[in-house]
Design a protein around this ligand. Structure first.
Ligand code: 13P
Ligand code: ZN
Length: 267
């Protein structure tokens, strides 16, 4: 049985490829920078969900209590986004979490070792499902301007960073209404990074990893890309103003607050 016959699944894989291409053309994906995971369980038939494993079960360091039987498209470790864009099943795979949440195997299309950030991705999916949030997507990427801001100590403060970026253009608060969480520097791919990240998801859908990169969670991969892209636009306005020698004025608190009822935003 070929999963390529599943039109719904393949449409989702094409959207992943589309976004992988954007990450590369944006200059956010040097070498193998960034990774993507998308929960595709609901797009698969019972028969597809029970496909024979292509690999032995790989143990997970943490038990994923809410992910038993869930299936994810995950980009491969060391894989380049520009090639994920061209052929997502040559540079990523469908992994299936065991019913006890303690391991995963691979079911399609060929065995590709998943991203080194799998602990963070799975822990985030586990947290989101456990809390009833239908956020099927975790997108991690390396935007130059946003990472640059995390080298500036005053911006390692969630409120200050959120307010500064929101105040550059109205769309920023509209597209990223829950603001930005910040995780102080941790070793990439580590469990410490993963655990620190899920703490931020209680209040935010976008998280900055200090001196490393950005993560967005959401229902739709295009929306996740758009959130990071809008933040990047705000960062460019801020940094361009600073480079031109002036401190950008920013929208006032009143102007920012007026957006909440006007666009029905969450506080
Ligand atoms: P992977 O190639 O293992 O996905 O790592 C890239 C990365 O961005 C690590 O944070
Ligand atoms: Zn990274």
């Amino acid at each position: 049985m070929s999963i390529r016959k599943n039109a719904c699944l393949m449409a989702e894989i094409e959207r992943i490829a589309e976004v992988a291409g954007y990450l590369w053309t944006k200059g956010w994906a040097e070498r193998n920078g960034g990774n993507i995971s998308v929960n595709v369980t609901a797009l698969m038939t019972e028969e597809e969900r029970n496909l024979p494993a292509l690999t032995d079960a790989v143990p997970l360091q943490d038990t994923m209590n809410s992910l038993g039987g869930q299936i994810f498209y995950v980009t491969g470790t060391g894989r380049r986004m520009r090639y994920v864009a061209q052929d997502p099943f040559a540079h990523g795979a469908l992994i299936r979490v065991a019913t006890d949440g303690r391991s995963y195997d691979m079911i399609a299309e060929q065995p590709i070792a998943p991203t080194s950030e799998l602990p963070s991705h799975l822990l985030m999916h586990n947290y989101l499902l456990a809390n009833g949030r239908n956020n099927r997507v975790v997108l991690h990427t390396h935007p130059t301007d946003l990472i640059g801001l995390t080298h500036c100590r005053p911006f390692l403060d969630s409120e200050k960073l959120t307010r500064t970026l929101w105040s550059m253009i109205p769309e920023c608060r509209i597209v990223v209404p829950r603001g930005i969480g910040i995780v102080p520097y941790e070793i990439p791919g580590s469990l410490d990074l993963a655990h620190a990240t899920i703490k931020q998801l209680a209040h935010h859908d976008v998280v900055f990893w200090e001196k490393h990169g950005i993560l967005a969670v959401g229902e739709d991969i295009i929306e996740c890309f758009d959130a990071i892209d809008t933040l990047s636009k705000s960062a460019q306005i801020y940094l361009n103003a600073r480079m031109a020698g002036f401190e950008p004025e920013g929208m006032t608190d009143q102007q920012l607050d007026d957006l909440v009822p006007a666009f029905g935003l969450d506080h």
